[in-house]
Design a protein around this ligand. Structure first.
Ligand SMILES: Nc1ncnc2c1ncn2[C@@H]1O[C@H](COP(=O)(O)OP(=O)(O)OP(=O)(O)O)[C@@H](O)[C@H]1O
Length: 610
């Protein structure tokens, strides 16, 4: 460690008794000691200067504890690319090695006696759980046999990095049967169709480029071989595929990874769900013989996870079982469901990574992965959880990413998660709002906002339904209690509310029991309530992407909607980006009229406040 380094400590590694604990850092088999005592261990900040200790590599002087287990269970201990074993090593200050023999494998644990015992009990837990999940494991016992190996009398077994992916069932990804009509489209016809529907696509594979499949014009062109799918789409009453569906379905069904970017409310959920159902259904290994779920949908919020699950139920066929995993629900319930066996998991990353870390769910059976609202998911903070989840999913899976926005920072990250993808986007990769949303901006002050919002609510028609976005939970509570006092039925949604209250709030809004939903950004992405006529931005969102998502809660699936946004001088930094969005969506610039209208709003507002 000749240069400064950063050391990140797991919360559980922070010593309870700082007076007696030492933090040691092992690097290239050398042990470095940092701090013994309160002053050294607490309040550390900045780069650590560590000193090499006398006790270099003390762990490997101890006798190794050897455990013999069934080879089939070893993947669970090692984890993909050794991530699990590395984690145990880090937290136990020990070294764990695994051999690769049939039918029994050997695991050697180096370290002091106490840590060896701890590591052994962790491994035992993992082996027992692995048995429970693996049908094969259930047939025989894989009781851990252990012994201390005397130095010099160790079994001469090569200790290797375990390839956790060996022995997994084969995977099938190409299910596309191109219709005669699609096949016969000339290049000119393909070009015309894409131009008329604003479809842009590109093969992101480096070096040799592949031919991009022709878009499909009708549902029959792509689903004729899958009658259940064709019928469920027809039953939904859709007349034709949306532009993103038209180009993305052939690509995904061919087994190619895809990045799909299209404006809000344009049917991206079915873009990935329907090929996912086909993929699941037609894997070479029969569903009942699979060791776990085959499809995983990761999504940033609980509300979105619930919505996707209900879409799954609407369109799926056969006896496909899905489960929605998110925080705020009874953990035991979720674990019970998972262990009973499911085909599709829809989850928020935090809760899933918790279940994964505790070995309640195994992800190595996943062959179809979907990252919904990918840009939000790859935000700082969530990304580390996603990485952890993805490291346990087989690398030859198929991956699809979708979103309505695609900021530069996220594009680079997508290269990490997808393999030779194609990208399909509608119109532009720049932020864009569908032209079914009329955007109004009201330049105002913080003081006047309350009066104006009351004026807006008073002028709502019976068929109107509005989502009011605010910046903070407190404001959401405040406005909703204001309105409730006035006798106006209203619901609010934010992260501090109990999960059951959050679900009830959304249900009441969807069913029309209340026509006003006041919410923070947890409802800005993906929520699909078709009869929302207005979105009101009481506070301008943190960034312009969130503005696009928020106002996209109205004007969905071709319907008309209106977005009204309060803009104060505090929001000046975002003005330029906002103007770009308005111009791109051809919003009229009615300055005079707007000023007049705004003056009318203001004078009414003043009268009301008087
Ligand atoms: N081909 C289609 N024709 C008409 N409506 C469709 C079609 N496909 C999906 N829809 C409907 O369009 C609505 C919006 O779809 P969806 O929620 O998938 O949008 P999205 O693109 O994911 O939006 P967001 O970016 O806000 O998440 C849904 O109610 C869905 O049922």
């Amino acid at each position: 460690l000749s240069r400064p380094c950063f050391v990140y400590l797991r919360a559980s590694a922070i010593p309870r008794d700082p007076d007696t604990t030492t933090i040691s850092i092992i690097h290239h088999k050398k042990t470095y000691i940092k701090g013994q005592g309160r002053g050294d261990l607490w309040g550390l900040s900045g780069p650590l200067a560590v000193q090499e200790s006398q006790a270099q590599g003390s762990w490997h002087k101890e006798q190794a504890l050897c455990c013999v287990i069934k080879t089939a269970a070893i993947g669970a201990i090692v984890g993909q690319r050794g991530n699990k074993i590395m984690e145990s090593q880090e937290s136990l200050y020990s070294k764990i090695q695994a051999s690769r023999e049939e039918p029994e494998a050997e695991v050697k644990i180096h370290g002091n006696k106490e840590n060896q015992k701890l590591a052994k009990s962790i491994i035992e837990g993992v082996v027992t759980k692995a048995e429970r999940y693996s049908k094969e494991g259930a047939k025989g016992s894989s009781t851990l046999k252990t012994s201390y190996t005397e130095k010099g009398t160790e079994r001469k077994v090569p200790m290797t990095d375990w390839d956790a992916w060996e022995g997994l069932p084969p995977i099938k990804k190409n299910f596309y049967v191109e219709s005669a009509r699609t096949k016969s489209m000339s290049e000119a016809e393909v070009h015309k169709w894409r131009k008329e529907n604003n479809i842009m696509c590109e093969d992101l594979k480096k070096n040799e480029k592949r031919a991009i499949p022709h878009p499909i014009c009708k549902f029959e062109d792509v689903f004729d071989h899958y009658p259940e799918v064709r019928d469920s789409v027809k039953k939904a009453g859709f007349s034709r595929p949306t532009p993103i569906q038209s180009q993305a379905w052939p690509i995904i069904l061919k087994g190619i990874d895809l990045i799909g970017i299209a404006q809000t409310g344009t049917g991206k959920t079915l873009v990935y769900l329907i090929p996912g159902f086909i993929h699941l259904d037609l894997q070479p290994v029969a569903r009942e013989k699979r060791s776990g779920p085959g499809m995983l949908v990761l999504t940033p919020t609980r509300e979105l996870a619930i919505q996707i699950e209900s879409e799954c139920k609407k369109y799926t066929y056969g006896d496909t079982k899905s489960i929605c995993i998110y925080g705020g629900r009874e953990r035991r319930d979720q674990i019970e469901h998972v262990t009973k066996g499911v085909d599709i998991v829809i989850a928020t990353p935090g809760t899933l990574s918790d279940l994964q870390m505790n070995d309640f769910i195994r992800l190595n059976s996943i062959t179809y992965l979907l990252l919904d609202e990918a840009d939000k998911m790859l935000d700082v903070g969530i990304e580390s959880q996603i990485m952890k989840i993805l490291s346990d999913i087989r690398p030859d899976r198929q991956t699809v990413m979708t979103s309505a926005t695609w900021p530069d920072a996220v594009r680079r990250l997508s290269q990490k998660y997808l393999k030779d993808p194609m990208i399909v986007y509608i119109g532009t990769l720049h932020l864009a709002v569908v032209n079914t949303i009329k955007q109004k901006i009201i330049i105002t002050t913080e003081q006047e906002k309350r009066v104006l919002i009351h004026w807006f609510i008073d002028s709502m028609k019976p068929e109107d339904k509005v989502i009011i976005f605010v910046g903070r939970k407190l404001i959401a509570d405040d406005i909703s209690s204001d309105l409730s006092i006035k006798g106006i039925p209203v619901q609010s949604l934010h992260g501090k509310r109990e999960q059951s209250d959050r679900e009830q709030a959304l249900d009441e809004f969807k069913e029309g029991v209340v026509k006003i939903l006041i919410t923070t950004d947890i409802a800005s992405r993906g929520l699909d309530v078709l009869d929302v006529t207005h979105v009101f931005n009481f506070n301008f969102p943190q960034n312009i992407e969130e503005y696009v998502h928020r106002i996209g809660r109205t004007g969905r699936a071709g319907q008309l909607g209106e977005a009204i946004t309060f803009f104060t001088k505090n929001d000046w930094k975002i003005a330029e980006e906002l103007i770009n969005i308005l111009q791109r969506a051809n919003q009229e610039h009615k300055r005079r009229k707007r000023e007049a209208k705004s003056a009318k709003y203001h004078s009414r507002a003043r009268n009301t406040s008087k």
